[in-house]
Design a protein around this ligand. Structure first.
Ligand code: CAA
Length: 248
């Protein structure tokens, strides 16, 4: 059953930043499909969204690291709601440790989840976008893909790679009504940030010119802006939202 609302697929939709993005896009009139990893968490999450009046948010549990599973997930979204017109790649994990201690598993897990999944989702929606002559792809990268971060060779590499993909795909799709952009949040008040040891976290906060963490809603606001039809002349760009912590 499809309805006429344009479809937005938000990977990592049940996460801290992802939730705000889903709600922002739902408010803007999209049929939102939120990707998740943990089924129990996702079930409760959806109940919360319903209780808060978001009837146009649904779930997709496709494992984005596995190309075939991602393809099946994308097909299910298309068959149920229609072709994806906005793809937000927000699924991401950290496995922070210094290079001298990092295991190959910690490297691969982060590259798979934070970068290879972006190839998979883009590859699975791009032909529909080309056929429709319209699309918005927004890749949620990180300040740490721009400047590097002590303890994050894996994460910094994945997030920098994301912007390379953005710029290349933006060129491939520029004449086809499709825009591809990167959004690079700084330190946003989510569970991911709370995993950083408090002393380290506080030291980082001191280096942020605005002297506070960002909010998920501040990221969502920019996603809704980039997703809008009127943002059609912005492509291949990176938008930094980091309280002035990195001005590159
Ligand atoms: N720059 C330079 N030196 C540093 C440093 C830094 N930023 N941080 C720590 N060090 C030094 C320490 O002073 C210490 O030096 P000595 O050995 O001379 O005493 C040495 O490096 C070891 O540091 P730690 O004791 O911190 O080492 P550890 O193994 O206990 O922890 C770590 C390492 C896990 C990487 C920890 O430092 C950490 O969690 N850092 C924060 C990483 C981070 O910012 N992650 C972001 C997560 S949120 C996110 O990723 C979202 C996003 O997009 C922004």
């Amino acid at each position: 059953m499809t309805n006429s609302a344009p479809v937005a697929w938000v990977t990592g939709g049940t996460g801290g930043i992802g939730t705000a993005i889903c709600r922002g896009l739902a408010k803007a009139g999209y049929q939102v499909v939120a990707g998740y990893n943990n089924p129990d968490k996702a079930k409760n999450w959806l109940e919360t969204q319903r209780a808060d009046g978001y009837d146009n948010i649904a779930l997709s549990g496709a494992n984005l690291v596995d190309y075939e599973a991602c393809e099946a997930g994308a097909k299910e979204i298309r068959d149920t709601y229609g072709p994806v017109s906005v793809l937000v790649n927000c699924a991401g994990i950290t496995r922070d440790t210094t290079m001298k201690k990092m295991s190959p598993e910690q490297w691969h897990e982060v590259i798979d989840c934070n970068l290879n999944s972006v190839f998979n989702t883009c590859r699975c929606v791009i032909n529909d976008m080309l056929e429709e002559g319209y699309g918005r792809i927004i890749n949620i990268s990180s300040i740490n893909g721009r400047k590097g971060q002590f303890g994050q060779v894996n994460y910094s590499a994945a997030k920098a790679g994301m912007h390379g993909l953005t710029m290349a795909l933006a060129q491939e799709t520029a004449t086809k009504g499709i825009t591809v952009n990167t959004l690079s949040p700084g330190y946003i008040a989510t569970d991911m940030i709370m995993k950083i040891p408090e002393k380290v976290r506080e030291a980082i906060r001191e280096t942020i010119p605005v002297k506070r963490y960002g909010t998920p809603e501040e990221i969502a606001h920019a996603v809704v802006f980039l997703a809008d039809k009127q943002a059609g002349y912005i492509t291949g760009a990176n938008l930094d939202i980091n309280g002035g912590q990195f001005m590159g």
